[in-house]
Design a binder for this molecule. Structure first.
Ligand code: PEP
Length: 263
C-alpha cells in the first residue's frame, strides 16, 4: 500500500530557499530507501518549475497549490492546469480551507478544478475539512462527506482512482490549530472509507502533524498518508517524517508477508 507523505509550503520560501530545500531533499533521498512511501512537495508557484527541475528523476511528485479550471484566457492573476503541468507539476492541491475562506473557493469551483486537473492527467489533491462548530456539533463526518461528494460525484471509476483526498479539520490546521486526538478522526475516516475507500488513490490526514504525533495518525484505520504544513517546512523535519513513515510501512509489509496477507 502506498503511503503518501507530502507538504505544501503555502506562501513561504524565496526561490533560493525553495531550490536549496529541493537540492537537499534530492541528496537525502539518494542514500535512502523509502519503500512504499510516496513523497510530494507543493511549492509556491514562483518556485514550481525550479523545484520540479531539481527533483526531476527522483521519486518526489511536485505539485501546484492551485490552478484555474479554464485552460487559458482572460483570468488575470490565475494559472491554469496546462501551465502548472508545463512547469513540472504532477499534482494540484484543490479546495484548501484557506482558499475556501479567503479566496471565495466554493464546492462548485472545487469541482471544476478537479475536472480540469483530471482532464490534463494530473492528480487532484482534494482538501476537505469542517470548521470548529461543526466538529463541536458532532457532524464532522456528514459535513466532509458532502464536501467530497460535491467534488467527486459522477466521476468514472478510472478517474476517481487518481484522486487523493486530504481530510484537514479546519480547527486542527495552521498556527492556531489544535492537534486532533487520533480518536477524533476515527469516525470521519471510517465515513470517508465507507464511500471512497479503495476507489481513490488515497485518504490523507492533515492538521498540526509533527514527528511526535505522526505514527499515531498513520496507524489509524483508512489513513494512507499525511499532508503536512509547518513541521515539514524545514528539510530535516520533512526527511524525519519520510523516515518514520518508511519505517512504519516497512514493518507493516514485513508483518503481512509473515501472515500471508496482501496489502
Ligand atoms: C495545512 O494548513 O494544510 C496544514 C496541514 O498545516 P499544519 O500542518 O501546519 O497544521
Amino acid at each position: 500500500m502506498t503511503v503518501w507523505i507530502g507538504t505544501s509550503w503555502k506562501m513561504n520560501k524565496t526561490l533560493a530557499e525553495a531550490v536549496d530545500y529541493a537540492g537537499g531533499l534530492r541528496q537525502a533521498l539518494s542514500g535512502r530507501s523509502l519503500g512504499s512511501v510516496q513523497p510530494f512537495i507543493i511549492p509556491p508557484a514562483t518556485a514550481l518549475a525550479s523545484v520540479a527541475g531539481v527533483l526531476d528523476g527522483t521519486s518526489v511528485l511536485v505539485g501546484a497549490q492551485n490552478a484555474h479550471w479554464e485552460d487559458a484566457g482572460a483570468w488575470t492573476g490565475e494559472v491554469s492546469v496546462p501551465q502548472v503541468s508545463d512547469a513540472g507539476a504532477r499534482l494540484v492541491e484543490i479546495g484548501h480551507s484557506e482558499r475556501r475562506e479567503h479566496f471565495g473557493e466554493t464546492d462548485e469551483t472545487v469541482r471544476k478544478k478537479v475536472d480540469a486537473t483530471l482532464r490534463h492527467g494530473l492528480i487532484p489533491l482534494l482538501c476537505i475539512g469542517e470548521p470548529d462548530e461543526v466538529h463541536n456539533a458532532g457532524t464532522s463526518s456528514e459535513y466532509i462527506l458532502e464536501q467530497a461528494r460535491r467534488a467527486l460525484d459522477g466521476l468514472e471509476d478510472a478517474l476517481l482512482a487518481k484522486v487523493l483526498i486530504a481530510y484537514e479539520p479546519i480547527w486542527a490546521i495552521g498556527a492556531g490549530g489544535r492537534p486532533a486526538h487520533p480518536d477524533e478522526l476515527r469516525a470521519p475516516f471510517a465515513a470517508l472509507a465507507g464511500t471512497f475507500g479503495g476507489r481513490v488513490a488515497g485518504l490523507l490526514y492533515g492538521g498540526s502533524v509533527d514527528l511526535a504525533n505522526a505514527s499515531g495518525l498513520l496507524d489509524l484505520p483508512h489513513v494512507d498518508g499525511l499532508f503536512v504544513g509547518r513541521a515539514a517546512w524545514a528539510l530535516e523535519g520533512y526527511v524525519q517524517l519520510l523516515d518514520l513513515a518508511a519505517g512504519l510501512a516497512g514493518g507493516d509489509e514485513r508483518r503481512s508477508e509473515m501472515e500471508g496477507v496482501d496489502q
